[in-house]
Ligand binder design. Structure first.
Ligand code: TXA
Ligand code: MG
Length: 347
């Protein structure tokens, strides 16, 4: 029988990426329990996507204030293709980028088993086939779609190690599968394929340029949430992609973007050459001394956690180019820097 995780804390099992432990993790998921697992982007907090009750437990564990739609993760491309209605464009993107860090939003197929709570009552469904071998092995073990937001408490920085997951969710979830550091480091790119033209809902692990090259056309972007104003372009009750809302991925310290120098009392998040004043920083980390955006994306969330120390007034962030994976990195940094209205909702 399932217990209410909010009421009765449970010890969280730390599982390894071995066949025996993956079988155990798969059995827990099939039984409606929460299991965090590595993907190539960030760790996901998994639940059986066909069970409203299992998916509801995700919201309780994350303390996520509202029912945002979640991504259904598949071990097999063919299963995802059966559960959605794929336009020519959607099918082309799936063929080119799955398995991989791309999420496609498509109309639900008539017999799509993803429960209403996982898709927040929408008649569309967000799907992704991760490339991480541990994720794929686990998803094949489960044999059903697995709903999985990032495995952090709501509003916190996304986890890229099993230790990050335990730091946020120990005692609130049944298990976490340790697959080491994630490689991409930022969440999947989300493309909506509901209308005539594909729309980029969230920049992520597949750079926009790669999508546009595949399709031979430019991809529209939903206007990014006003990070400065803290407003959303969407009605908050019917979000297109709530992950776009401002004030998300937030460390406790203030975040100061495009810093030209580091001020006393600040921590420094560098990219390429150190900024003037770095020697006076409380602490500093360089996302990529050589200026490599893939390396910077992989280190981003770990670095934000590591710099978010007591006594740090702000994290000064060096300018980062907005091309390739830089678009996703800058998107996450703008959210981390955005004002944090009490009512903002976060994933
Ligand atoms: O890399 C990732 O995508 C990670 C790993 C764990 O797979 N997952 C992740 O999930 O970032 P989450 O829940 O943090 O973000 C899901 C995003 C939200 O912004 C949500 O609004 C959007 O997907 N989404 C889900 N279903 C949707 C739908 N039917 N229409 C539009 N947006 C949707
Ligand atoms: Mg998230």
């Amino acid at each position: 029988m399932m217990t209410d995780i909010a009421d009765s804390p449970q010890a969280t099992l730390l599982l390894a990426a071995t066949p025996g432990d993956l079988a155990r993790a798969g059995a827990l998921l099939r039984a409606g329990q929460l299991v965090a697992f590595p993907t190539e982007t960030v760790y996901g907090l998994g639940a059986d996507a066909t069970s409203d009750r299992a998916v509801a437990a995700i919201y309780a564990a994350k303390e996520r204030p509202r029912f945002n739609p979640l991504i259904a993760h598949y071990g097999e491309v063919a299963d995802a293709l059966r559960h959605g209605l794929f336009s020519t464009t959607a099918a082309r993107l799936a063929r080119a980028f799955w398995p991989g860090p791309l999420t496609l939003v498509v109309p639900r197929a008539p017999d799509c088993p993803v429960c209403d709570l996982a898709s927040a009552g929408l008649d569309s469904v967000a799907m992704r086939v991760p490339s991480h071998p541990v994720a794929r092995a686990l998803l094949r073990e489960v044999g059903r779609p697995v709903a999985a937001p990032s495995a952090n408490r709501s509003g916190r920085v996304s986890p890229t190690t099993a230790a990050h997951v335990l730091g946020d969710l120990d005692g609130r979830i049944a298990a976490v599968v340790d697959g080491g550091d994630t490689q991409v480091g930022v969440e999947s790119t989300i493309v909506s394929c509901l209308g005539d033209r594909p729309v980029l809902l969230r920049p992520g692990g597949v750079p926009r340029e790669a999508l546009e090259r595949e399709l031979g056309c430019s991809i529209d972007t939903v206007p990014v949430a006003g990070a400065a104003s803290g407003t959303s372009p969407h009605d908050e009750e019917t979000p297109v992609a709530p992950g776009q809302l401002a004030s998300h991925y937030a460390p406790r310290a203030q975040v100061r973007l495009d810093a030209a120098s580091v001020m006393p009392g600040e921590a420094a998040l560098l990219f390429g050459d150190p900024l003037p004043g770095t020697a006076n920083a409380i602490t500093s980390l360089n996302l990529s001394p050589a200026g490599d955006l893939a390396q910077a994306a992989a280190r981003l969330f770990s670095a934000m956690r590591a710099l978010d120390l007591p006594g740090v007034t702000a994290i000064a962030v060096a300018p980062i180019p907005d091309t390739g994976l830089g678009e996703a990195i800058n998107d996450r940094l703008r959210r981390a820097a955005a004002p944090r209205p009490a009512d903002s909702f976060t994933a």
